[in-house]
Design a protein around this ligand. Structure first.
Ligand SMILES: Nc1ncnc2c1ncn2[C@@H]1O[C@H](COP(=O)(O)OP(=O)(O)OP(=O)(O)O)[C@@H](O)[C@H]1O
Ligand SMILES: [Mg+2]
Length: 325
Protein backbone atom coordinates (compact mmCIF):
# COMPACT_ATOMS: atom_id res chain seq x y z
CA UNK A 1 0.00 0.00 0.00
CA UNK A 2 2.76 2.47 0.85
CA UNK A 3 4.37 2.08 -2.59
CA UNK A 4 1.08 2.75 -4.26
CA UNK A 5 0.59 5.79 -2.09
CA UNK A 6 3.96 7.18 -3.07
CA UNK A 7 3.91 6.46 -6.78
CA UNK A 8 0.36 6.58 -7.95
CA UNK A 9 -1.99 8.59 -5.75
CA UNK A 10 -5.53 9.00 -7.11
CA UNK A 11 -6.27 12.61 -8.02
CA UNK A 12 -9.62 12.92 -9.80
CA UNK A 13 -12.91 12.11 -8.07
CA UNK A 14 -13.54 8.97 -10.18
CA UNK A 15 -9.99 7.81 -9.47
CA UNK A 16 -10.44 8.37 -5.77
CA UNK A 17 -13.79 6.56 -5.73
CA UNK A 18 -12.31 3.56 -7.54
CA UNK A 19 -9.22 3.56 -5.35
CA UNK A 20 -11.28 3.57 -2.17
CA UNK A 21 -13.66 0.84 -3.34
CA UNK A 22 -10.68 -1.33 -4.19
CA UNK A 23 -8.95 -1.02 -0.82
CA UNK A 24 -8.68 -4.07 1.34
CA UNK A 25 -8.10 -2.91 4.91
CA UNK A 26 -5.99 -5.38 6.81
CA UNK A 27 -7.10 -5.88 10.37
CA UNK A 28 -4.65 -8.43 11.66
CA UNK A 29 -6.43 -11.75 11.11
CA UNK A 30 -4.93 -12.29 7.67
CA UNK A 31 -1.83 -13.90 9.14
CA UNK A 32 -3.92 -16.13 11.35
CA UNK A 33 -5.77 -17.52 8.33
CA UNK A 34 -2.52 -17.94 6.38
CA UNK A 35 -1.18 -19.84 9.34
CA UNK A 36 -4.09 -22.28 9.26
CA UNK A 37 -3.74 -22.64 5.51
CA UNK A 38 -0.03 -23.31 5.80
CA UNK A 39 -0.73 -26.47 7.75
CA UNK A 40 -2.96 -27.90 5.03
CA UNK A 41 -0.15 -27.99 2.48
CA UNK A 42 3.30 -29.45 1.98
CA UNK A 43 6.31 -27.22 2.47
CA UNK A 44 9.47 -26.99 0.34
CA UNK A 45 13.03 -26.83 1.63
CA UNK A 46 12.79 -23.02 1.90
CA UNK A 47 9.92 -23.48 4.29
CA UNK A 48 7.38 -22.15 1.82
CA UNK A 49 4.01 -23.72 1.34
CA UNK A 50 3.58 -25.37 -2.06
CA UNK A 51 0.44 -26.22 -4.02
CA UNK A 52 0.37 -29.79 -2.81
CA UNK A 53 -2.11 -30.56 -0.06
CA UNK A 54 -0.76 -32.64 2.76
CA UNK A 55 -2.17 -36.10 2.50
CA UNK A 56 -2.09 -38.61 5.30
CA UNK A 57 -0.23 -41.53 3.68
CA UNK A 58 -2.09 -44.01 5.84
CA UNK A 59 -5.53 -42.92 4.69
CA UNK A 60 -4.93 -40.92 1.51
CA UNK A 61 -6.96 -38.09 2.99
CA UNK A 62 -6.48 -34.32 3.01
CA UNK A 63 -7.98 -31.90 5.53
CA UNK A 64 -9.96 -28.67 5.73
CA UNK A 65 -10.66 -25.37 7.44
CA UNK A 66 -14.01 -23.99 8.49
CA UNK A 67 -14.14 -20.17 8.35
CA UNK A 68 -16.95 -18.99 10.61
CA UNK A 69 -18.46 -15.59 11.27
CA UNK A 70 -21.63 -13.58 11.20
CA UNK A 71 -22.95 -12.04 8.01
CA UNK A 72 -20.90 -8.92 7.39
CA UNK A 73 -17.90 -10.07 9.39
CA UNK A 74 -15.80 -10.04 6.25
CA UNK A 75 -15.37 -13.74 5.49
CA UNK A 76 -15.63 -13.37 1.74
CA UNK A 77 -13.35 -10.33 1.61
CA UNK A 78 -10.75 -12.14 3.71
CA UNK A 79 -10.85 -15.33 1.66
CA UNK A 80 -10.64 -13.49 -1.66
CA UNK A 81 -7.72 -11.48 -0.40
CA UNK A 82 -5.96 -14.60 0.81
CA UNK A 83 -6.26 -16.09 -2.67
CA UNK A 84 -4.88 -12.90 -4.23
CA UNK A 85 -1.84 -12.79 -1.98
CA UNK A 86 -1.01 -16.46 -1.44
CA UNK A 87 1.97 -17.52 -3.56
CA UNK A 88 0.94 -21.15 -3.97
CA UNK A 89 -2.79 -20.82 -4.64
CA UNK A 90 -4.36 -19.11 -7.64
CA UNK A 91 -8.04 -18.93 -8.37
CA UNK A 92 -9.28 -20.68 -11.49
CA UNK A 93 -11.55 -18.32 -13.42
CA UNK A 94 -12.97 -18.18 -16.92
CA UNK A 95 -9.95 -16.18 -18.01
CA UNK A 96 -7.19 -17.47 -15.78
CA UNK A 97 -5.75 -20.85 -15.13
CA UNK A 98 -5.47 -21.72 -11.49
CA UNK A 99 -5.38 -24.49 -8.95
CA UNK A 100 -8.12 -23.23 -6.62
CA UNK A 101 -11.87 -23.20 -7.09
CA UNK A 102 -13.94 -20.50 -5.43
CA UNK A 103 -17.57 -21.54 -5.24
CA UNK A 104 -20.31 -19.36 -3.77
CA UNK A 105 -23.29 -21.50 -2.88
CA UNK A 106 -26.61 -19.89 -3.84
CA UNK A 107 -29.38 -19.84 -1.19
CA UNK A 108 -31.49 -22.69 -2.50
CA UNK A 109 -28.71 -24.95 -3.70
CA UNK A 110 -28.84 -28.68 -3.05
CA UNK A 111 -25.71 -30.83 -2.91
CA UNK A 112 -26.34 -31.91 -6.46
CA UNK A 113 -26.45 -28.26 -7.47
CA UNK A 114 -23.13 -27.73 -5.70
CA UNK A 115 -21.64 -30.61 -7.67
CA UNK A 116 -22.92 -29.01 -10.89
CA UNK A 117 -21.40 -25.66 -9.93
CA UNK A 118 -18.03 -27.29 -9.37
CA UNK A 119 -18.29 -29.13 -12.68
CA UNK A 120 -19.18 -25.91 -14.51
CA UNK A 121 -16.24 -24.08 -12.92
CA UNK A 122 -13.91 -26.78 -14.13
CA UNK A 123 -15.22 -26.39 -17.65
CA UNK A 124 -17.83 -29.14 -17.72
CA UNK A 125 -21.18 -27.54 -18.56
CA UNK A 126 -23.30 -30.33 -19.96
CA UNK A 127 -24.52 -32.15 -16.87
CA UNK A 128 -27.49 -34.42 -17.61
CA UNK A 129 -30.52 -33.26 -15.61
CA UNK A 130 -31.33 -36.88 -14.76
CA UNK A 131 -27.91 -37.52 -13.28
CA UNK A 132 -28.08 -38.73 -9.69
CA UNK A 133 -26.34 -36.69 -7.05
CA UNK A 134 -23.90 -39.50 -6.18
CA UNK A 135 -22.85 -39.79 -9.82
CA UNK A 136 -22.45 -36.03 -10.12
CA UNK A 137 -20.07 -36.17 -7.16
CA UNK A 138 -18.06 -38.97 -8.75
CA UNK A 139 -17.67 -36.73 -11.79
CA UNK A 140 -16.56 -33.89 -9.52
CA UNK A 141 -13.84 -36.04 -7.98
CA UNK A 142 -12.69 -37.04 -11.45
CA UNK A 143 -12.78 -33.51 -12.86
CA UNK A 144 -10.82 -31.86 -10.07
CA UNK A 145 -8.06 -34.43 -10.48
CA UNK A 146 -8.04 -33.87 -14.24
CA UNK A 147 -7.94 -30.07 -14.05
CA UNK A 148 -5.34 -30.05 -11.27
CA UNK A 149 -7.39 -28.45 -8.52
CA UNK A 150 -5.55 -28.36 -5.19
CA UNK A 151 -7.94 -26.37 -3.05
CA UNK A 152 -11.67 -25.67 -3.08
CA UNK A 153 -13.25 -22.74 -1.24
CA UNK A 154 -16.97 -23.19 -0.64
CA UNK A 155 -18.39 -19.85 0.49
CA UNK A 156 -21.90 -19.63 2.00
CA UNK A 157 -21.57 -23.34 2.59
CA UNK A 158 -24.37 -23.36 5.19
CA UNK A 159 -26.88 -23.12 2.34
CA UNK A 160 -26.35 -26.75 1.37
CA UNK A 161 -27.41 -27.78 4.86
CA UNK A 162 -30.84 -26.25 4.72
CA UNK A 163 -33.50 -28.57 5.99
CA UNK A 164 -36.76 -29.32 4.27
CA UNK A 165 -38.52 -31.53 1.75
CA UNK A 166 -36.23 -33.16 -0.75
CA UNK A 167 -33.11 -32.02 1.07
CA UNK A 168 -30.39 -34.35 2.20
CA UNK A 169 -28.35 -32.89 5.04
CA UNK A 170 -26.53 -36.11 5.83
CA UNK A 171 -25.62 -36.49 2.17
CA UNK A 172 -24.31 -32.93 2.04
CA UNK A 173 -22.01 -33.53 4.99
CA UNK A 174 -20.80 -36.76 3.47
CA UNK A 175 -19.98 -35.10 0.18
CA UNK A 176 -17.60 -32.69 1.93
CA UNK A 177 -15.85 -35.64 3.51
CA UNK A 178 -15.83 -37.40 0.16
CA UNK A 179 -13.81 -34.57 -1.42
CA UNK A 180 -11.15 -34.85 1.25
CA UNK A 181 -11.05 -38.63 1.03
CA UNK A 182 -11.20 -39.34 -2.63
CA UNK A 183 -9.90 -36.48 -4.68
CA UNK A 184 -6.29 -37.54 -4.23
CA UNK A 185 -5.40 -34.47 -2.22
CA UNK A 186 -7.62 -31.40 -2.26
CA UNK A 187 -7.68 -28.98 0.66
CA UNK A 188 -11.18 -27.85 1.50
CA UNK A 189 -12.06 -24.44 2.91
CA UNK A 190 -15.69 -23.97 3.82
CA UNK A 191 -17.05 -20.63 4.98
CA UNK A 192 -20.36 -19.61 6.46
CA UNK A 193 -22.31 -18.43 9.45
CA UNK A 194 -21.91 -20.27 12.75
CA UNK A 195 -24.77 -22.70 11.95
CA UNK A 196 -22.37 -24.26 9.51
CA UNK A 197 -20.36 -25.64 12.40
CA UNK A 198 -23.48 -26.99 14.11
CA UNK A 199 -24.66 -28.54 10.86
CA UNK A 200 -21.43 -30.41 10.30
CA UNK A 201 -21.42 -31.39 13.98
CA UNK A 202 -24.93 -32.80 13.60
CA UNK A 203 -23.51 -35.88 11.95
CA UNK A 204 -23.70 -38.46 14.77
CA UNK A 205 -20.32 -40.04 14.06
CA UNK A 206 -18.56 -36.67 13.87
CA UNK A 207 -16.36 -38.11 11.13
CA UNK A 208 -16.59 -35.09 8.84
CA UNK A 209 -16.23 -32.53 11.63
CA UNK A 210 -12.96 -33.92 12.91
CA UNK A 211 -11.35 -33.36 9.52
CA UNK A 212 -11.76 -29.58 9.87
CA UNK A 213 -9.97 -26.95 11.87
CA UNK A 214 -11.99 -23.93 12.92
CA UNK A 215 -11.22 -20.31 12.17
CA UNK A 216 -13.51 -17.77 13.82
CA UNK A 217 -13.80 -14.15 12.81
CA UNK A 218 -14.36 -12.54 16.15
CA UNK A 219 -15.32 -9.06 17.25
CA UNK A 220 -12.74 -6.32 17.28
CA UNK A 221 -12.47 -5.16 20.85
CA UNK A 222 -11.73 -1.56 21.83
CA UNK A 223 -8.04 -1.10 22.54
CA UNK A 224 -7.02 -4.29 20.72
CA UNK A 225 -4.28 -4.63 18.13
CA UNK A 226 -6.97 -5.11 15.48
CA UNK A 227 -8.71 -1.88 16.49
CA UNK A 228 -5.41 -0.02 16.17
CA UNK A 229 -4.78 -1.46 12.68
CA UNK A 230 -8.29 -0.47 11.64
CA UNK A 231 -7.73 3.09 12.86
CA UNK A 232 -4.44 3.25 11.00
CA UNK A 233 -6.00 2.05 7.74
CA UNK A 234 -8.85 4.49 8.06
CA UNK A 235 -6.46 7.38 8.66
CA UNK A 236 -4.20 6.33 5.80
CA UNK A 237 -7.06 6.12 3.30
CA UNK A 238 -8.41 9.49 4.43
CA UNK A 239 -4.99 11.00 3.90
CA UNK A 240 -4.57 9.60 0.40
CA UNK A 241 -8.05 10.87 -0.51
CA UNK A 242 -7.29 14.31 0.89
CA UNK A 243 -10.05 14.14 3.49
CA UNK A 244 -9.03 15.65 6.81
CA UNK A 245 -10.16 13.74 9.90
CA UNK A 246 -9.39 15.23 13.28
CA UNK A 247 -7.57 12.71 15.50
CA UNK A 248 -9.39 14.08 18.54
CA UNK A 249 -12.74 12.97 17.04
CA UNK A 250 -11.79 9.28 17.53
CA UNK A 251 -13.65 8.54 14.30
CA UNK A 252 -12.32 4.97 13.91
CA UNK A 253 -13.27 4.05 17.48
CA UNK A 254 -16.76 5.41 16.90
CA UNK A 255 -17.14 3.44 13.69
CA UNK A 256 -16.11 0.17 15.35
CA UNK A 257 -18.45 0.87 18.25
CA UNK A 258 -21.33 1.70 15.90
CA UNK A 259 -20.84 -1.64 14.14
CA UNK A 260 -20.37 -3.66 17.33
CA UNK A 261 -16.79 -4.47 16.38
CA UNK A 262 -17.77 -6.40 13.23
CA UNK A 263 -14.82 -5.74 10.96
CA UNK A 264 -16.54 -6.06 7.57
CA UNK A 265 -19.43 -3.80 8.51
CA UNK A 266 -17.03 -1.34 10.12
CA UNK A 267 -14.93 -1.12 6.96
CA UNK A 268 -18.13 -0.63 4.98
CA UNK A 269 -19.19 2.30 7.18
CA UNK A 270 -15.69 3.79 7.21
CA UNK A 271 -15.57 3.71 3.43
CA UNK A 272 -19.07 5.14 3.18
CA UNK A 273 -18.04 8.18 5.22
CA UNK A 274 -14.92 8.75 3.12
CA UNK A 275 -16.80 8.16 -0.13
CA UNK A 276 -19.34 10.76 0.90
CA UNK A 277 -16.62 13.33 1.51
CA UNK A 278 -14.90 12.58 -1.81
CA UNK A 279 -17.94 12.75 -4.07
CA UNK A 280 -19.30 15.86 -2.36
CA UNK A 281 -15.91 17.50 -2.54
CA UNK A 282 -15.64 18.12 1.18
CA UNK A 283 -12.09 18.37 2.39
CA UNK A 284 -12.90 17.25 5.92
CA UNK A 285 -15.05 14.63 7.60
CA UNK A 286 -16.90 16.03 10.59
CA UNK A 287 -18.84 14.29 13.33
CA UNK A 288 -22.00 16.11 12.24
CA UNK A 289 -21.74 14.71 8.73
CA UNK A 290 -20.86 11.23 9.97
CA UNK A 291 -23.91 11.29 12.23
CA UNK A 292 -26.18 12.36 9.38
CA UNK A 293 -24.93 9.51 7.18
CA UNK A 294 -25.22 6.98 10.00
CA UNK A 295 -28.79 8.05 10.75
CA UNK A 296 -29.87 7.38 7.17
CA UNK A 297 -29.52 3.65 7.66
CA UNK A 298 -30.20 3.50 11.38
CA UNK A 299 -33.54 5.19 11.81
CA UNK A 300 -34.52 7.38 14.67
CA UNK A 301 -32.20 6.49 17.52
CA UNK A 302 -31.75 9.41 19.88
CA UNK A 303 -28.01 9.43 20.33
CA UNK A 304 -25.54 7.96 17.87
CA UNK A 305 -21.86 7.10 18.35
CA UNK A 306 -21.12 10.14 16.19
CA UNK A 307 -22.68 12.60 18.62
CA UNK A 308 -20.54 15.72 18.64
CA UNK A 309 -19.05 15.52 22.10
CA UNK A 310 -15.95 13.88 23.50
CA UNK A 311 -15.84 10.19 22.57
CA UNK A 312 -15.31 9.14 26.18
CA UNK A 313 -18.49 10.79 27.36
CA UNK A 314 -20.53 9.61 24.36
CA UNK A 315 -19.31 6.06 24.82
CA UNK A 316 -20.19 6.13 28.52
CA UNK A 317 -23.66 7.37 27.81
CA UNK A 318 -24.30 4.83 25.03
CA UNK A 319 -23.10 2.01 27.21
CA UNK A 320 -25.39 3.21 29.97
CA UNK A 321 -28.41 2.88 27.67
CA UNK A 322 -27.22 -0.57 26.63
CA UNK A 323 -25.73 -0.02 23.18
CA UNK A 324 -24.16 -3.21 21.98
CA UNK A 325 -25.93 -5.50 24.41
N1 LIG B 1 -10.87 -6.10 5.36
C1 LIG B 1 -11.71 -5.50 4.54
N2 LIG B 1 -11.31 -4.48 3.75
C2 LIG B 1 -12.18 -3.87 2.94
N3 LIG B 1 -13.46 -4.20 2.83
C3 LIG B 1 -13.93 -5.19 3.59
C4 LIG B 1 -13.09 -5.91 4.48
N4 LIG B 1 -13.83 -6.85 5.12
C5 LIG B 1 -15.07 -6.71 4.64
N5 LIG B 1 -15.14 -5.73 3.73
C6 LIG B 1 -16.35 -5.28 3.05
O1 LIG B 1 -17.41 -5.37 3.98
C7 LIG B 1 -18.56 -5.94 3.41
C8 LIG B 1 -18.96 -7.19 4.17
O2 LIG B 1 -17.90 -8.14 4.07
P1 LIG B 1 -18.11 -9.62 3.47
O3 LIG B 1 -19.11 -9.62 2.39
O4 LIG B 1 -16.77 -10.17 3.20
O5 LIG B 1 -18.75 -10.33 4.77
P2 LIG B 1 -19.21 -11.84 4.92
O6 LIG B 1 -18.74 -12.28 6.26
O7 LIG B 1 -18.76 -12.63 3.75
O8 LIG B 1 -20.78 -11.71 4.96
P3 LIG B 1 -21.89 -12.72 4.41
O9 LIG B 1 -21.92 -13.89 5.38
O10 LIG B 1 -23.15 -11.92 4.45
O11 LIG B 1 -21.47 -13.13 3.04
C9 LIG B 1 -18.23 -6.14 1.96
O12 LIG B 1 -18.69 -5.02 1.25
C10 LIG B 1 -16.73 -6.21 1.92
O13 LIG B 1 -16.21 -5.77 0.69
MG1 LIG C 1 -19.73 -13.59 2.23
Amino acid sequence: MMLEVLHNPPTTIPEKVAWLADRYWRFGMEEALEDHLFDLFDVNDDGQMIAKPRVDPLTGESRGIMVLGRSGDGKTALLKRTLRTNMALTELTDDLEGNTLYITVPPEATIKKLAELILAKTGYQKVDAKLRSADAWEMVIHRIGLVGIKAIVIDECHHIFRRGAGRDVAGAIQSLKHIMQSAGGVALIVAGVSNLRDDILSEPSGETFRRFEEFHLGDILPGSKEAAIFAKNFAKSAEVLGVAVSPTDAMAERILFARYGQIGRSVELGKKLLHDAVVRRRDALTLERAEAIFRRSNGTIEMTPFHAASWRSVQKELEAIGWGQ
